[in-house]
Design a protein. Structure first.
Length: 161
C-alpha cells in the first residue's frame, strides 16, 4: 500500500477496505481545484439526496430495465424502495419511458435487497400479426427478501412504447 502524506495509515486502510480510492491530496496551505465553500456545497447537496444503488440491469436491442434501491428517509434508514426504470432505444441513445415502483414504499431491507432474477421482453412490431405481436415492453423481477428469507414472488411491470 502506498503511503499518502497527511493521511494516517489507519485511515488509509479504512478507506481502502471501504472501497474508497484516494487519488491525491494537496499539502496543507495549498489551494486545490475546489474551494472549501465549493466542497461544503457539494457535501450539502449529497446529504440532501437519498442514497441509491443499482441492483440490476437487463438490456435488449431496443429496451432496457434498470432496478434501483433508494434508502429510506429518517425513521426508515434500514428500509429501501425499489424502482424499475424502463428505457427505449431511439436515435442512438436511451430514452426513459417511465419509472415504476417495485413493491411497497420502504418495503425492502436496505442492506440485503438485491436481484434474484430479472428478465425483459421487448416490444415486437410484426408486419403480419401471425403470431400475435407484443404491444408493450415488460420486465419480471424477483428480489431478495432478507438474508434468511430467500427470494420474493415475481413482480411484473409493463411499459407502452
Amino acid at each position: 500500500m502506498r503511503r499518502i502524506p497527511g493521511i494516517s495509515a489507519v485511515l488509509a486502510t479504512c478507506l481502502a477496505a471501504a472501497g474508497v480510492s484516494v487519488l491525491a491530496l494537496a499539502p496543507a496551505g495549498v489551494a486545490g481545484p475546489a474551494s472549501p465553500s465549493a466542497a461544503a456545497a457539494i457535501s450539502a447537496h449529497q446529504a440532501s439526496q437519498p442514497q441509491q444503488r443499482q441492483i440490476g440491469v437487463t438490456t435488449l436491442t431496443h429496451f432496457k430495465v434498470v432496478l434501483t434501491a433508494t434508502r429510506g428517509g429518517p425513521g426508515h434508514r434500514l428500509q429501501a424502495t425499489v424502482t424499475a426504470k424502463g428505457y427505449r432505444r431511439s436515435a442512438g441513445h436511451w430514452t426513459l419511458i417511465a419509472a415504476k415502483r417495485v413493491g411497497p414504499v420502504n418495503g425492502w431491507e436496505w442492506f440485503s435487497v438485491d436481484t434474484c432474477s430479472l428478465t425483459a421482453t421487448q416490444f415486437k412490431d410484426n408486419v403480419h400479426p401471425s403470431p400475435p405481436f407484443i404491444r408493450f415492453d415488460s420486465m419480471k423481477a424477483s428480489l431478495v427478501l432478507g438474508p434468511a428469507l430467500g427470494c420474493s414472488a415475481t413482480f411484473s411491470k409493463r411499459w407502452t412504447p
